[in-house]
Design a protein around this ligand. Structure first.
Ligand code: ADP
Length: 614
């Protein structure tokens, strides 16, 4: 090899940064380097399989595709050879010298945000090829691309500042990586160490892995096997391998179908929610295969976006191998798969929830936001998803939950509406005036307490043919109760309402006597299309200039002593009555979470107290 062909390159700044992190802070996880190399080799050979089926100019089809590992204890090296597509000179520069791929970028960003503490991060991302520098102080990559007339190349680096590329002697297609192990990592040149790592991380790689010429992995498409032949341990290992996960799977769906489309699917719901652990939105985790050949590890459109948390494999013999990533989303077949699989997954959650409610509860706490996102965004599945919701209600004990199906089962004869209230928590909801009238009539009220619930219920609209209605809204009709007897007369009521309307002016659009109150004197209701306190809060948080004249309907309780007294004194003691009327409105607004400015309230309270003491 002549000097002429040696090119020196400097690593991109981000790569140097990454390498520095890899070498100095990640050494506790250094085991993973082999998984990363094997998975790159396997990806590359998947591409060969794909080319065999699609590229006319692919020369050496039918080769045995294996990954082989040789260790040299004397030289302290590991050599990993694959029969993948290899890399051209440009690809070596692009792939092993710059940071173009999103996974590594995301890793760096998370690294910065977490203040450089890598615990747990490595499991989320892996640092790919660069992890070799945790165990090696010199790495050689020999490569010949599958493309016609490709060069034989040798890439070398110490993982510090840069790398060199030069021509090499005649090579077979693929990549051969030689790791010169550093002093702390010499034990990796022992066969048992390498075999241990393969068993742990790479058992399900879809190609034979040979260590010193002997096959060590299982090479099985677990999803095509019969359920009865698979142990729990195998399932778990497959989940961790396929999902690049470290937790235990919580639920599993393994099924095959022939109509309307051929499907073999093995899908897991994870035990932990990475988005809740501070990582951004995760990418879809279900890979798409056609007869054991990987078509796309992150296929767009295979599942609705809200299902991005599930992991596993879908294999469909009906798919054309050469379907491109671009056409994937528009493919009628992929749409069909999406429909069938998402329905099966939802059904699986429904069954699991029934079989073990306590387990589902724990799962739900971590993953409910995905279901809610689905209700708001996935029209085809929203009704099925609504069955998965869990919440407290006026008929559950504090801390217990039920479902919409439970609610409907408990509805009273003649009840047509599902009542709910959105609030911060059970205590806050129950201390307000809204629920009392419903409780008195034995009508159940759902307590929604998640910030997004308002939006979710709006999207849902109805369940099982029954409208969902917020009891905060005007226009919710309640049947009579006997308590009418000792209230004000119709004439007294209409006189009082007119009086209040005169006093309160246009802050109140309507005043009437209502049936929903038991213990409270008045209640403020927002119109059915009006903004709820939660939405107002959000608007205020987003826009500091947000102004919204609160207009409410007032419902008075003609049985309440305070209301009766006001009707009695409004002519005899007009000054006090005026203060009481205004204060009643403020109190109702406070209960409804709608009072923005309490200055007037306090001044009025002071005058009232003065008057009370004479
Ligand atoms: P990632 O695998 O997450 O993309 P890596 O740093 O591991 O990141 O690899 C970068 C890129 O280098 C890969 O995307 C691939 O294009 C290329 N590459 C790595 N190893 C091989 C290999 N054995 N054969 C062919 N290409 C490879």
């Amino acid at each position: 090899m002549s000097e002429m062909t040696t090119e020196k390159h400097v690593f991109q700044a981000e790569i140097q940064q990454l390498l520095d992190l890899v070498v100095h802070s990640l050494y506790t996880d250094k085991d993973i380097f082999l998984r990363e190399l094997i998975s790159n080799a396997s990806d590359s050979m998947e591409k060969v399989r794909h080319l065999e089926g699609t590229a006319k100019n692919f020369k050496d089809a039918g080769d045995e595709l294996t990954i082989s590992l040789e260790m040299d204890k004397e030289a302290k090296t590991i050599t990993l050879t694959d029969r993948g597509i290899g890399m051209t000179r440009e690809e070596l520069v692009e792939n092993l010298g710059t940071i173009a791929h999103s996974g590594t970028k995301a890793f760096l960003e998370q690294m910065k945000e977490s203040g450089g503490s890598p615990a747990g991060l490595i499991g989320q991302f892996g640092v790919g090829f660069y992890s070799v520098f945790m165990v090696a102080d010199k790495v050689e990559v020999f490569s010949r691309s599958w493309q016609e007339g490709a060069e034989n190349l040798r890439w070398t680096s110490d993982g510090k500042t840069g790398y060199e590329i030069e021509e090499a002697e005649e090579l077979p297609r693929g990549v051969k990586i030689v790791l010169h192990l550093n002093e702390q990592s010499e034990d990796f040149s022992e066969e048992y160490r390498v075999k241990g790592l393969i068993a742990r991380y790479s058992n399900f790689v879809g190609f034979p892995i040979l260590v010193a010429g002997k096959r060590v992995n299982e090479v099985e498409a677990l999803w095509l096997k019969n359920k009865s032949e698979i142990s729990e341990e195998e399932y778990k290992a497959f989940y961790q391998f396929a999902g690049k996960a470290f937790d235990e799977p919580c639920y599993r769906l393994h099924f095959s179908a022939d109509a309307p489309i051929a499907i073999n699917a093995l899908i897991f719901a994870p035990g932990e929610n990475p988005e809740k652990m501070g990582f951004g939105k995760v990418d879809g985790g279900v890979a798409l295969y056609c007869k054991k050949v990987l078509i796309d590890a992150e296929p767009k459109g295979l599942l609705p976006d809200w299902l991005r948390f599930v992991k596993g494999v879908v294999d469909s013999a009906d798919l054309p191998l050469n379907i491109s990533r671009e056409t994937m989303q528009d493919s009628a077949l992929v749409r069909k798969l999406n429909g069938v699989i998402s329905k099966r997954i939802i059904k699986m959650f429904e069954k699991e929830a029934e079989a073990d409610p306590a387990k589902y509860r724990e799962f739900y706490k971590k993953f409910e936001r995905y279901f809610k996102e689905g209700i708001a965004t996935d029209y085809a599945n929203k009704d099925a998803l609504a069955k998965l919701l869990r919440f407290e209600s006026s008929m559950t004990g504090a801390g217990d939950v039920c479902s919409l199906v439970d609610y409907v089962g408990r509805m009273k004869d003649g009840q047509e509406t599902i009542y709910y209230l959105v609030g911060q928590n059970r205590d806050q909801i129950e201390s307000g005036p809204f629920v009392e009238g419903f409780k008195a009539r034995g009508l159940e009220v759902i307590y929604f307490t998640d910030a997004v619930d308002e939006y979710v219920v709006d999207s849902l609209g109805e369940f099982d043919g029954r409208k969902l209605a917020s009891i905060r809204h005007a226009g919710v009709e309640l049947a009579d109760v006997d308590a009418e007897a000792d209230g004000l007369s119709p004439e007294e009521i209409s006189g009082l309402c007119d009086y209040l309307q005169g006093e309160l002016g246009d802050r109140v659009t309507k005043i009437s006597s209502g049936k929903r109150l038991v213990d409270s004197p008045v209640i403020a209701l927002v119109p059915e299309n009006g903004m709820s306190p939660q939405v107002r809060q959000m608007m205020k948080a987003m826009d500091e200039n947000f102004k919204d004249e609160v207009k409410v309907e007032l419902e008075i309780n003609p049985r309440h002593p305070l209301v009766k007294k006001l009707a009695e004194v409004r002519e005899k003691q007009p000054e006090v009555a005026k203060l009481v009327a205004a204060q009643l409105l403020d109190n109702a607004l406070i209960s409804a979470g709608l009072l923005d400015d309490a200055r007037g309230t306090i001044m009025r309270m002071n005058s009232l107290m003065e008057k009370a003491m004479g």
